[in-house]
Write a protein that binds this ligand. Sequence first.
Ligand code: FE2
Ligand code: FE2
Length: 161
Amino acid sequence: MRIDSTLLPVRGNDAVEILENDHQVIKGLLNELVSASHSQRSTVIEKLVGVLTIHNATEENLVYPAINKVAGSKLESQHLYHETADADVALFELDSMLKEGDDSEFAAQAKKFQEAVLHHIDEEEQKAFQSLNENADAEHSKILAESVRQFRNALHFDTAS
Ligand SMILES: [Fe+2]
Ligand SMILES: [Fe+2]
């Protein structure tokens, strides 16, 4: 599978706007995931893996470091890295259930996954992005937005399956 930026187009005038627009796409896919019929699940999981890979790479490479340095919230940025790692494990487990053909726990786990990601998104939007907006000066914000655009345009992953 090839994951590239066309899966999640860049929309917005600054880094925070771009990430918040990503969040809307992610929330939509999470809704699809919890309401997906048995046979639709793997398609939705595949889309989620692609979109989250792109979104998380943007945050982990550019935006969390800025939250750490520019906004001076080292603990907040570390906390967000940890939550992202936990979500990666949860998504891997959901994917494994489908590949192993045992999805008796799928609906319950998908609901938990949705709640965890929604919590993470809320924390970013209400806390981390706020402090980035408050502490980054115009020059920093401009550089960060440009970096996010360049990163997204250049981004692609070739995955094993
Ligand atoms: Fe995040
Ligand atoms: Fe995010």
